[in-house]
Write a protein that binds this ligand. Structure first.
Ligand code: ADP
Ligand code: ZN
Length: 745
């Protein structure tokens, strides 16, 4: 994203040392606290302490002790010393380095987030070591005569796949109560064991024999190796069809980084990827890398953090929060599947991890490598403008051909009434299964049906807290809101007219497709892959193993199946509803659908057997379907660019959204209207709205949206700051800022 280069770091890049503020009185420092204050607070420094910028300190705040970090801002010399409180202590933990502090400042300024809230993402992990030193493992053999319950099974399952865990963490991972764990311990099913104080972070060996690269791969790998050796900031797009060897190529860059004795960070969009990815990494380097994601136990988190901090973990593979790890000497950042919207964090500090990875690389004087088969238009535009360089792998490795993609016109060959799979797709599935090959059906919808309505009175089952339908999850016999998580049992009678047995499911989710498939192919072994059926990396790893061992014939999945998997025996992919992502008029709906479906299609035919992809659609003439069928994404992206350029839509212009929310519709409307009236009146700047948000009510809060659109060369942050300052936010109201919005809900 271009703006990263146009905006300068917000604070003094020299990181000036903290000097005594005034000739008289005690020395003072500014301290950033992990709360949404507008900036750091000043504190007096007692004569026995000598804090330096980056030091983690303990300070008094509202009668409590809090951790904070000594910041580089100049303390305000005009505040009388007696008004300031004094530092309590300097905490014995590694200081937050200069370049991480600048990163925090940068993100805060760019996203208009309170800097303390951004800092909290880096500090949270820096807490001084605490936590369990012992954990439970399963006893072998199991004592005789103990009763096995589903809860006990769940506990043993967790321990079968992972290291010993303390009671609370074990209970959380198994989704049981602590009492279950303690009960099992009492029965002798679990035994206590000391947790090792350290994890072995064996340095990966860059000279471990890797694959012999093909010509194109070699060219790209040489370019990346040189970029790493140059120890300078550069951004490369590594683009190539699925299966072309992009991963092998960027692992060469990682090898070079290891030879330079610098650290490498590989960001992945979903942890689902990491099981397969780790095995992959291990094949290339002989050992596994350090990993960083939200499913780590607090102990592993702490140890990993330390290992990164003191340079013992040379390579980290992580989710977006890994950007905030304390690398002393980062030499490379790889962002795999850079086009993924999962890199955008939508809660709390709203930031795009791909874009912030570029910022972190720049602050570390290191190259960034953005990797994708279907790069975002943002990245493509940066290549075209000469800001990023492009490395291209045009062919699948080993002569594997790209899958054959066809559109199946549902108007010509509709599914049977009440069914969702059209006869030609069913026929193709039958042939594929008969050959002993695997089939994947893709539908980006969890649950059984997205809508339940009363066929007597037309009542629709809606979330009481959100403007959203409740989604039926038949296996759990409940209706769930996918926005707020609200659940309710499926009522026997219509809650509106009282008619019995009148509620009917409308439309399919993966569960319903699975039911249809079970009738059609009763002997096929089925697996549903969705975020709620594969909740963590271990479940994903187990699924992957079963598929690779051909214990599964038919996979029915949501977008979780699109990510990086390599299933050699999978030769048919059926997209149940290719039109699904195109509704809604989102700026990037077409781009995203092409990226997602291309990625899903790329799961087919990754080895010798050719792959086939069938897209069920009502509009085969749509440019998205045409591009997929022709395998010509470049022309599609060029059309997208041509459509966005004249109106200065991203990436040829900038957007920032203001999301107004309030506990009443009236407050939301008034606040939105006030913001509308105060909108900047500047040449080339347009404000759209206020308008009700598509999710007009979310978790009981009423929402309105405004959208600021500017030319590319207009920085939006000063405009937004001036705008927000003009409007007073009433009690119960709130304005959230989303710079470069990805979601418009
Ligand atoms: P991508 O990341 O572009 O989807 P991968 O790097 O995953 O592609 O490569 C696809 C498959 O081909 C992987 O199993 C990989 O190990 C294999 N592969 C790629 N390049 C080579 C090579 N030069 N020699 C041997 N195997 C390769
Ligand atoms: Zn809800």
């Amino acid at each position: 994203m271009a703006s990263l280069f146009d905006l300068h770091p917000p604070s003094d890049p020299s990181g000036a040392l903290v000097e005594p503020a005034a000739a008289t009185g005690p020395r003072r420092v500014s301290v950033m606290l992990p709360f949404p204050f507008p900036g750091p607070f000043d504190y007096n420094v007692p004569s026995d302490l000598d804090p330096a910028p980056g030091d983690v300190v303990l300070v008094p705040l509202n009668g409590r002790e809090q951790f904070g970090v000594v910041w580089d801002a100049e303390p305000d010399p005009n505040l009388p010393a007696r008004k300031l409180k004094a530092l309590l202590a300097i905490v014995d933990t590694p200081p937050m380095r200069e370049n991480l502090r600048r990163f925090v400042d940068w993100i805060a300024a760019y996203t208009l987030s309170p800097p303390g809230e951004v800092m909290a993402m880096a500090l949270r992990v820096a807490r001084p070591p605490t936590g369990p030193t012992t954990g439970w493992r399963r006893s072998t053999p199991m004592p005789d005569g103990v009763r096995m319950t589903p809860a006990r099974h769940a506990v043993l399952d967790v321990l079968a796949r992972a290291e010993p865990r303390a009671t609370s963490e074990l209970a959380r991972a198994a989704e049981v109560s602590g009492a279950v764990v303690r009960g099992m311990a009492d029965l002798g099913m679990l035994v206590m064991e000391a947790l090792p104080a350290d994890l072995p972070f064996v340095p990966p060996d860059p000279d471990y024999p890797g694959p012999t690269l093909s010509g194109d791969q070699k060219t790209a790998a040489v370019a990346l190796r040189q970029a790493v050796a140059a120890k300078a900031f550069q951004v490369h797009l590594l683009e190539g069809v699925t299966g072309s060897g992009k991963t092998e190529v960027y692992l060469e860059a990682v090898a070079e980084c290891l030879r330079q004795n610098r650290q490498a960070l590989i960001l992945l969009p979903e942890i689902a990827l990491s099981a397969q990815f780790l095995a992959r990494f291990e094949r290339r380097f002989g050992v596994a890398p350090a990993v960083w994601h939200s499913h780590l136990t607090s102990r592993v988190r702490r140890i990993t953090w330390r290992a990164v901090e003191d340079g013992q973990a040379p390579v980290v593979v992580g989710a977006r929060s890994a950007l905030f790890l304390p690398f002393p000497d980062l030499g490379l950042i790889v962002v795999d599947e850079e086009h993924e919207t999962a890199f955008k964090q939508e809660d709390g500090v709203v930031y795009h991890a791909r874009d912030m990875a570029v910022v972190r690389a720049r602050l570390s004087a290191a190259p960034a490598v953005l990797v994708s088969a279907t790069p975002s238009l943002e990245t493509v535009a940066n290549v075209e403008a000469g800001r990023y360089s492009r490395l291209h792998l045009p062919n699948r490795h080993g002569g594997a051909s790209l899958p054959h993609i066809e559109a199946l016109d549902l108007r010509d060959t509709p599914p049977e009434r009440g069914r969702f799979l059209a006869p030609p797709l069913i026929a193709a599935m039958r042939e594929t299964l008969a050959r002993g090959e695997q089939v994947m059906l893709f539908l980006n919808r969890r649950g059984y049906a997205p809508l339940t309505l009363c066929r007597h009175c037309g009542h629709r089952m809606q979330c009481p807290n959100c403007t959203a339908w409740l989604v039926e999850h038949r296996t759990r016999s409940e209706l769930q809101c996918h926005h707020c998580g609200h659940t309710t049992p499926i009522p026997p009678d219509c809650p509106s007219c009282g008619k019995a047995n009148a509620l009917v499911p409308i439309g399919p989710g993966v569960e319903r497709i699975t039911e249809e498939v079970a009738v059609l192919f009763p002997d096929a072994r089925r697996l549903v892959m969705a975020s709620d059926t594969l909740p963590g990396p271990q479940a994903a790893a187990e699924a992957e193993r079963a598929i690779q061992n051909r214990e599964i014939d038919l996979i029915i999945g949501t977008q979780i199946v699109a990510k990086g998997w390599h299933f050699p025996h999978l030769t048919l992919v059926g997209v149940v509803d290719a039109d699904l992502g195109l509704a809604g008029g989102d700026l990037r709906a077409g781009e995203r659908t092409v990226q997602l479906l291309h990625q899903v299609a790329g799961r087919a035919g990754r080895a010798e057997a050719p792959g086939r992809v069938i897209l069920q659609t009502f509009s085969p003439e749509h440019p998205v379907m045409q591009a997929l069928v022709a395998g010509d994404l470049e022309t599609f992206m060029a059309c997208e660019a041509a459509q966005r350029r004249p109106g200065h839509w991203p990436p040829y212009g900038r957007l920032a959204a203001l999301i107004v929310s309030a506990d009443s519709a009236q407050v939301a409307d008034e606040l939105a209207r006030d913001l509308g009236r105060a909108a900047p009146q500047v040449e080339g700047v347009q404000v759209l709205g206020p308008a009700p948000a598509p999710l007009m009510i979310l978790r009981g809060r009423h929402r309105r949206r405004l959208l600021l659109k500017t030319r590319r060369d207009t920085p939006v942050q000063p405009l937004l700051r001036a705008w927000l300052e003009k409007v007073k936010v009433p009690r119960g109201g709130r304005v959230d800022v989303d710079v470069d919005p990805v979601s418009f809900l």
